[in-house]
Design a binder for this molecule. Structure first.
Ligand SMILES: C[S@@+](CC[C@H](N)C(=O)[O-])C[C@H]1O[C@@H](n2cnc3c(N)ncnc32)[C@H](O)[C@@H]1O
Length: 211
């Protein structure tokens, strides 16, 4: 399941018009929490998996990272990343996260933001990340919370006059592949994998050679 929905013209246009796509990390809801988890990036070799428009790659270099590699499956996302990057210290590569094959201990920090819910074999990605991370390195990631991925409608329940009543949390505990309806697209040509945080943590931990 290596989907590339971000190269769909309609989806890409809608994603491009989101606040985070226009204004960058400061307009991204998860950014403050994500940034707090990052180690000191000075002189680090950083890998950004599913880098999208490259916001995190550029941030890493602002923090004096030695080098940054950004990987993404989408040609359109990478084209925008390259247009908005003027820095020989950042290299963008088109590749699926499932296919990455970096050298052992090639990076000090691996980050990936809001993309792993598109990937079926999270455990395999973790194994690849652990292999290319130097000893003592950091793997910092964010995924869509199951409160979003558990329900295909991914929308509020509305009352009369479209008043928001509540956000449904049905099927919260249910893990598996869903096809969210209405998120940037009108067709159901996108799949997301809902997993509980506890499941991801145990998969991540068991991928480490030290566990
Ligand atoms: C929601 S965007 C997040 C982009 C960026 N990480 C950010 O936080 O701004 C998800 C990104 O993941 C990429 N992506 C999704 N599935 C992928 C896969 N299997 N391999 C590589 N990139 C993938 C998409 O092309 C898209 O650029």
């Amino acid at each position: 399941m290596k989907q590339n929905i971000y190269d769909d013209p309609g989806f890409f246009a809608n994603y491009s018009s989101m606040e985070r796509s226009i204004h960058g990390l400061d307009a991204a809801g998860e950014w403050q929490a994500f940034r707090a988890l990052l180690p000191d990036l000075r002189d680090k070799r950083v890998l950004d998996l599913c880098c999208g428009f490259g916001w995190h790659c550029r941030y890493a270099r602002q923090q004096q990272a030695r080098s940054v590699v950004g990987v993404d499956i989408s040609e359109k996302m990478l084209a925008r990343a390259r247009e908005t990057t003027d820095d020989p210290g950042i290299e963008y590569r088109r590749e699926a996260i499932e296919d990455i094959d970096f050298a052992t201990e090639e990076f000090d920090v691996v980050i990936t933001s809001l993309a792993l819910h598109y990937v079926k074999h999270f455990d395999l990605v973790c194994q690849k990340v652990f292999r290319c991370l130097a000893t003592g390195g950091a793997f910092v990631l964010s995924v869509e919370h199951p409160v979003f991925t558990a329900l295909e409608t991914q929308d509020w329940h509305y009352g009369p006059n479209d008043v928001r009543l509540h956000w449904p949390v049905d099927n919260y505990q249910q893990e598996g592949i869903g096809t969210p309806v209405g998120w940037l697209t009108t067709s159901s040509n996108i799949t997301e994998l809902s997993r509980l945080t506890s499941t991801r943590c145990s998969m991540q931990a068991s991928s480490s050679p030290e566990s």
